[in-house]
Write a protein that binds this ligand. Structure first.
Ligand code: 4AD
Ligand code: MG
Length: 479
C-alpha cells in the first residue's frame, strides 16, 4: 500500500483517485449512519477527517479505533463540508494496525495539563502541542545549520567528555568507571584517579567553547551545536541539566561584530520559523491565548506572532552593565521593593527578574548587556582597560531573560594567566588552551545560544521541560 502523508493529502484537490493514509486516531465521533475519525500522522498539526459510511462499513469494524489507535484508510478525497479543512477522505476500506484500549490509554481526547503530560513524556509527542513543538525544534536545528553554513562557518564537534571546566563554575557531572562503592585509594587515602578510565578525573562538558576557540583560531569561523551538561541544582523553569547549545567562535571578531552576529542570527531564526512553521506557530499562539485567558491584562504576554514580528522589526538595545544597574537601581520596581533581590550596589549578578525588567518594562525590546564586572564572569573574557569589567555580552529576551551569553576573548597570555591564577584555575592543565595565545594569538569572540531558551521564546511555552523531548532536571531522569 503506497501511503500519502496527511500533510500532502490536505493540499490535494478532491478527486475520484483513491489514496491510502495512515496515522493515529485523535478523535472519533459519529451518528447512526456515519462516523468521523480525525487522523493525524505527525507530518502536520492538522488532522485529516475520515468520513465512514456505516451502511457500507459496519460499525463493528471500527470498534477498536479509539483515540490513540493506529490505522490505515483507503478512499478518495471529497470537498469538506465542515471539518475546517478543504478536503476529507470518503473511506472505502479501513484497517487497524494497533488498538489503544480507552480504559488504559492515558491521553484522552480532552485537554491535559502540561504537568500531567510531563509525567507521561513518552506519550506527549502525540498531542497537538508537543507535535508542534517538536516540528519547530527540528526546523530551528535545521535553520541554525543553514544560517552558519550559508556564511561559511565550519561545524565543529567538540568533545562531550573532558577534563576541563570551561565556565569555572564547578557544576560538572563526573564521568568515571571506578567502582564508587570501593574506589582505589592512593597513599594519602584519596581516590586514585590514575586507575580511572582516562587516568585522571573527567566530566561531561559544560561548553564546547575552549575547544571551539582552538579551531576558530585556525579555520576562522566555526560553530558547535551539541549537548552540554550542568549539575547546577536550580530547579527553575529555565534550567536543564542536559541542554543543547550553539556556540559560534570567530577569529578577528571584536565584541561589536559578535553582537551583530548574534542579532542577525536570532532574527534569521525567527524569520525561518515564520517561513517554515506557520501552522504550528498559529496553533501555539492560540494555545497561549487559551492558557492566559484567566490572567489580568497586564500579566498577559504579547500574542505569539506579534511578538516574533516585534523582535524582527526592532534593533536590540545595547547597554552596559553599569548603565543597567543605574536603570534598575532608580526604577520604581526597586524603590517599591518589587524585586525579590533588591539592587543595592554595582557588582552584583543580575537575576532573571532584573533582566526581564530591563527587557519588558524599560527598553521594551531585546537588550544586549555588555561590560560586566569581571568577578561575575568566566576567566576567558577580554579585560577592559578599567581593570574592573570584561567584554562580555549577554542577550536578554522578553519572557526568558538570558538567551545568549558570550564575549570577546582575552588574547594576551599574561593577562589570561593572571586571571586564571586569581580564580584558581591551574595553568598546567590548560597548556593546550594557552597555546592559542602563545602562537599567533588573534582577537576573537563568540557566544553560546541556549537552544531550549530559543525554543521557549518561539513556542510561547513557559517551562523549559516542555521544549525538549526528555528533560533532565534535579531528581528527574526518566527514560
Ligand atoms: O552563559 P553561558 O554559561 O555561556 C557559555 O557557556 C559560554 N561558554 C558560551 C560561549 O561564549 N561560547 O551559557 C550560554 C547559554 C545561556 O545564555 C543560556 O541560554 C543557556 O546557554 N544555558 C542554559 N540553558 C538551559 N539550561 C541551563 N542550565 C543553561 N545554562 C545556560
Ligand atoms: Mg551566561
Amino acid at each position: 500500500m503506497k501511503r500519502v502523508e496527511i500533510k500532502q493529502a490536505l493540499q490535494m484537490q478532491a478527486s475520484e483517485n483513491e489514496i491510502t493514509v495512515m496515522g493515529w486516531v485523535r478523535t472519533k465521533r459519529g451518528s447512526k449512519n456515519v462516523a468521523f475519525i480525525a487522523l493525524n500522522d505527525g507530518t502536520t498539526i492538522n488532522n485529516l477527517q475520515l468520513v465512514i459510511d456505516l451502511n457500507a462499513i459496519p460499525e463493528d469494524n471500527l470498534a477498536l479505533m479509539h483515540a490513540g489507535a493506529s490505522l490505515w484508510a483507503k478512499g478518495h478525497l471529497v470537498e469538506s463540508m465542515g471539518s475546517g479543512q478543504a478536503v476529507e477522505l470518503a473511506v472505502k476500506e479501513i484497517g487497524l494496525f494497533g488498538p489503544a484500549n480507552p480504559d488504559e490509554y492515558p491521553l484522552q481526547p480532552k485537554k491535559h495539563s502540561l504537568e500531567f503530560l510531563r509525567d507521561i513524556a513518552h506519550l506527549r509527542f502525540r498531542t497537538n502541542t508537543f507535535g508542534a513543538i517538536m516540528r519547530l525544534r527540528h526546523a530551528m536545528m535545521f535553520g541554525i545549520h543553514k544560517f552558519f553554513n550559508d556564511r561559511g562557518f565550519v561545524n565543529m564537534h567538540t568533545p562531550l567528555i573532558t577534563a576541563s571546566d570551561c565556565e569555572g563554575a564547578g557544576e560538572m557531572f563526573q564521568v568515571t568507571t571506578l567502582d564508587m562503592s570501593n574506589p582505589p585509594r592512593n597513599e594519602e587515602g584519596q581516590i586514585d584517579y590514575t586507575k580511572d578510565f582516562f587516568g585522571k578525573p573527567t566530566n561531561l562538558t559544560v561548553s564546547g567553547q575552549l575547544e571551539g576557540e582552538l579551531a576558530a583560531t585556525a579555520l576562522g569561523k566555526i560553530y558547535t551545536f551539541g549537548p552540554t551538561f550542568r549539575a547546577e541544582n536550580s530547579n527553575t523553569t529555565r534550567h536543564l541539566a542536559e541542554f543543547w547549545m550553539i556556540e559560534p567562535e570567530v577569529a578577528f571578531f571584536d565584541i561589536t561584530d559578535n553582537m551583530d552576529l548574534a542579532e542577525d542570527m536570532l532574527k534569521f531564526l525567527i524569520q525561518y520559523a515564520l517561513d517554515n512553521c506557520m501552522d504550528d506557530l498559529q496553533f501555539l499562539s492560540k494555545r497561549l491565548q487559551e492558557e492566559e485567558k484567566g490572567k489580568k491584562e497586564e500579566d498577559k504576554s504579547m500574542e505569539l506572532l506579534s511578538k516574533l514580528h516585534f523582535v524582527l522589526e526592532h534593533d536590540f538595545a545595547r547597554v552596559t552593565y553599569s548603565e543597567a544597574i543605574d536603570i534598575l537601581k532608580n526604577s520604581n520596581y526597586n524603590k517599591k521593593g518589587k524585586f525579590q533581590y533588591p539592587i543595592s550596589e554595582w557588582g552584583i549578578d543580575l537575576q532573571s527578574e532584573h533582566e526581564r525588567y530591563l527587557v519588558e518594562k524599560h527598553f521594551k525590546k531585546p537588550v544586549i548587556l555588555t561590560d560586566y564586572p569581571k568577578e561575575i564572569k568566566a576567566f576567558y573574557m577580554k579585560q577592559n582597560e578599567d581593570g574592573k569589567t570584561v567584554r562580555a555580552m549577554d542577550v536578554l529576551f522578553p519572557g526568558i531573560g538570558e538567551i545568549i551569553g558570550g564575549s570577546e576573548r582575552e588574547t594576551d597570555l599574561e593577562k589570561l594567566l593572571g586571571r586564571m591564577h586569581e580564580v584558581g584555575i591551574p595553568g598546567e592543565s590548560m597548556q593546550w588552551y594557552l597555546d592559542s595565545r602563545r602562537f599567533g594569538s588573534v582577537p576573537h569572540a563568540g557566544y553560546g545560544l541556549g537552544f531550549e531558551r530559543l525554543l521557549l521564546f518561539l513556542t510561547g511555552m513557559t517551562n523549559i521541560r516542555d521544549v525538549i523531548p526528555f528533560p533532565r532536571t534535579p531528581k528527574n531522569c526518566l527514560y
